[in-house]
Write a protein that binds this ligand. Structure first.
Ligand SMILES: C[S@@+](CC[C@H](N)C(=O)[O-])C[C@H]1O[C@@H](n2cnc3c(N)ncnc32)[C@H](O)[C@@H]1O
Length: 218
């Protein structure tokens, strides 16, 4: 059975999307997507041979070689115009790796990004929106006691407030998520040595903002 984390990404993929899953590793999500007819075919890639081999073995076990194309290589380098890919799926990586992958000429052909980054969602939203995308959907979920955020970007222009880039224009209305962020900030705040004044002040501001947003949302 697919994990809650990976299944949460599947619902953002539509039948006509022409998808590459970058950093597919085990390819479990790609297998799920074609087996459940979410898409007819998909491309799965990874930069590490060993990871891709694990994916290929799983794909072969399910007899899905005709529906799942695999490529070994770095991010969007594996694509040519002929591949006609218009949707990127990336999960299980950090924001800096994701942004390096997106810094590529092939991005101009991409209409949709489905991303589950491990960290720095402010930088992720800010940078991708500057590349000509808007935020279409966001999820906050828990799987196996770990928290995850999915963000779906599509082509468009929008001006977001800083707080929307920090907490997400959609997640900013999700009290579960705001409470999670507030608890994290409070935990860290009490651990910061008093000398680290700048950091304490920054975190103090964030705590006040989160409390305000939670009060406003009530
Ligand atoms: C933690 S795994 C995540 C696997 C899967 N996407 C998931 O969410 O379970 C990250 C994978 O990304 C691959 N990866 C990292 N940087 C990459 C890049 N620049 N291009 C393609 N794959 C990359 C790694 O080799 C690894 O297999």
């Amino acid at each position: 059975m697919l994990s809650i984390r990976l299944e949460s990404l599947a619902k953002h993929i539509k039948f006509n999307d022409k998808v590459i899953d970058i950093g597919c590793d085990h390819a479990l999500l790609d297998i799920y997507l074609v087996k459940n007819n979410v898409v007819k075919k998909i491309m799965a890639s990874d930069i590490h041979e060993q990871a891709l081999d694990a994916g290929i073995a799983n794909i072969k076990r399910e007899n899905l070689e005709e529906k799942i194309t695999t490529r070994l290589g770095d991010g969007l380098d594996v694509l040519t115009d002929k591949d006609n890919i218009d949707t990127i799926l990336i999960s299980g990586m950090g924001t800096s790796t994701i942004l390096k992958i997106l810094d590529h000429p092939y991005l101009s052909k991409i209409n949709k990004l489905v991303i589950q980054s491990n960290n720095d969602h402010f930088l992720l939203r800010n940078s991708i929106c500057r590349l000509g995308f808007i935020i279409k959907a966001e999820d906050f979920l828990v799987d196996n006691h770990k928290h995850y955020i999915n963000i779906v970007f599509i082509r468009g222009k929008a001006k977001y407030r800083k707080r929307e880039l920090m907490y997400g224009p959609i997640l900013i209305h999700n009290t579960n998520y705001l409470n999670f962020e507030l608890n994290n900030c409070l935990k860290i705040y009490h651990l910061i040595p008093k000398m680290k004044l700048r950091y304490r002040l920054k975190l103090g501001r964030e705590i006040r903002l989160l409390k305000y947003l939670l009060k406003k949302g009530r």
